[in-house]
Design a protein around this ligand. Structure first.
Ligand SMILES: Cc1cc2nc3c(=O)[nH]c(=O)nc-3n(C[C@H](O)[C@H](O)[C@H](O)COP(=O)(O)OP(=O)(O)OC[C@H]3O[C@@H](n4cnc5c(N)ncnc54)[C@H](O)[C@@H]3O)c2cc1C
Length: 428
């Protein structure tokens, strides 16, 4: 019987395993060094904040795996012999495969700062990181978070629930301005500050200083300021977890290079999820997309190919969602952080600074390019359709109500949004 081995029990690996099982009787083994069972990484923060127990993060009951004949192995794969199709574990055990799926996820970045390996300095990606955070914040009064991304803002919220003072250093002039247009970024900056976080824009880490026990006692910023702290959160992004695959015949760049069928340069070896880097991404999509739904889509797609129905990975229009303390954010299509000459933005913001819409459209053709929404829930399918149908901005504005989950919102704000749009447009 064919043996399919998957390294990684995250959303990508597990989705792939489940969909293989739907179509095939192949022997499936999923390996992970991190946890016995698949869990929802995106909900790690809720365990720390006490809203959920660890067991609530498991989308499937523990019996699910045996019932579906998906073998689970908790072990660390140290090296892979691609010639012999053999995995070598850190325990000296080995396992052979016919087909191999690499779904090894991400690790957090460290950029060689002095003091980055001190006790009390950590990122937040894995179950072990969460356990370490519990330990590191037992007697913690003050923390510094480095890097203004989605994990950084989650960590700030987590620490605030334990009454830990948080200073948050970001390189950009406003929060996540490498992704969000300036007005959106400034609104989120204000919102984060309104939660008592000492957010420092345009401030970078220079080094981390140890006390006499080898624990962090402070950090020094690039302007020479010393900030005392007992915890440093390293949140300057993640990168594909591929270090153990370097120096092998597998082609890697930042991630594991794959073609449109998610196949690597080696026959019968595939890569999906955060660790995969598409050699030729679709236009407006990035080669590495470390987000939950991309991992799920890759897992589903690859399972088809592995069970005899080869299909290309086609992720469609970009979308994503996140939460910045109380503000829910959704994005569909492409809204550039720093739009070029051909991209125009319409921005509407409620005076309370918790609701906003930014719509991007093409300056020449008026084609709708994408939308960011804050504090307003929108229907994904409606925007997806408008993007696929190449709708114009006036169609989107006239029909925005259709996309909204909350009809009351429109009764209250529709006029204001239209008025603002007219005024803004005249300025362009
Ligand atoms: C705190 C946090 C919040 C997030 N929030 C969001 C969100 O709101 N929305 C969103 O879209 N995305 C979010 N993400 C990103 C999302 O969780 C990831 O994109 C997704 O989980 C990646 O899934 P994956 O299957 O590719 O890899 P992973 O879930 O990382 O799984 C990979 C597994 O492989 C194991 N592994 C790796 N190498 C080996 C080896 N050599 N031997 C054995 N096992 C190995 C790892 O230990 C790990 O268990 C968040 C991430 C974090 C950390």
């Amino acid at each position: 019987m064919e043996q399919i081995v998957i390294i990684g029990n995250g959303i990508a690996g597990i989705t792939c395993a489940r969909h293989i099982r739907k179509n095939s009787d192949a022997k499936i083994t999923v390996i992970s060094a991190e946890s016995d069972y698949f869990f929802s990484r995106t909900a790690l923060m809720y365990v720390y904040m006490g809203h959920m127990k660890w067991n609530h993060l498991k989308p499937y009951e523990d019996w699910f795996w045996e019932k579906n004949r998906i073998g689970l192995k908790k072990a660390w794969v140290e090296t892979i012999d691609f010639e012999e199709k053999t995995l070598h574990f850190s325990t000296e055990e080995t396992l052979n495969y016919d087909k191999l799926v690499l779904a090894t996820g991400s690790v957090y970045n460290k950029f060689g700062w002095e003091g980055q390996d001190l006790k009390g300095v950590q990122g937040l990606v894995s179950k072990q990181d969460l356990e370490l955070l519990e330990e590191n914040t037992q007697n913690c009064k003050k923390a510094v978070i480095i890097g203004g991304g989605l994990i950084g803002v989650e960590l700030a919220e987590m620490l605030k629930t334990r009454n830990i003072e948080v200073t948050f250093l970001i390189r950009e002039e406003a929060f996540w301005h490498n992704v969000l247009p300036i007005q959106d970024a400034q609104m989120i900056s204000k919102h984060i500050k309104s939660h008592g976080v000492d957010l420092r824009e345009e401030t970078e880490l220079d080094k981390i200083v140890a006390n006499e026990n080898g624990r962090v006692k402070s950090i020094i910023t690039n302007s020479g300021e010393e900030i005392e702290c007992q915890l440093v959160g390293l949140c300057t992004g993640v990168r594909p977890n591929v270090d153990f695959l370097k120096n092998s015949s597998l082609e890697t760049d930042k991630g594991i290079l794959v073609d449109e069928f998610l196949q690597t340069n080696i026959k019968d070896v595939y890569a999906i999820g955060d660790c995969a880097q598409l050699k030729q991404p679709l236009s407006h999509r990035k080669p590495i997309e470390a987000v939950w739904y991309a991992g799920r889509m890759m897992g589903e797609t690859l399972a088809q190919t592995l069970t005899g129905n080869a299909i290309k990975y086609k992720p469609g229009n970009w979308f994503n969602s996140a939460k910045f303390f109380d503000i829910e954010y959704q994005t569909y299509g492409n809204v550039s952080a720093k739009p070029g000459d051909n991209e125009m933005h319409f921005h509407w913001q409620h005076k309370e600074n918790t609701k906003a819409i930014t719509i991007a459209f093409d300056a020449n053709s008026n084609k709708f390019l994408g939308i960011n929404t804050f504090g307003i829930r929108m229907r994904h399918s409606v925007f997806d359709q408008w993007l696929n149908e190449n709708r114009k901005i006036d169609h989107v504005l006239a029909n925005l109500k259709q996309a909204n989950f909350d009809p009351e919102f429109y009764t209250r704000y529709e006029k204001e949004i239209f008025k603002s749009f007219k005024e803004n447009l005249q300025k362009f």
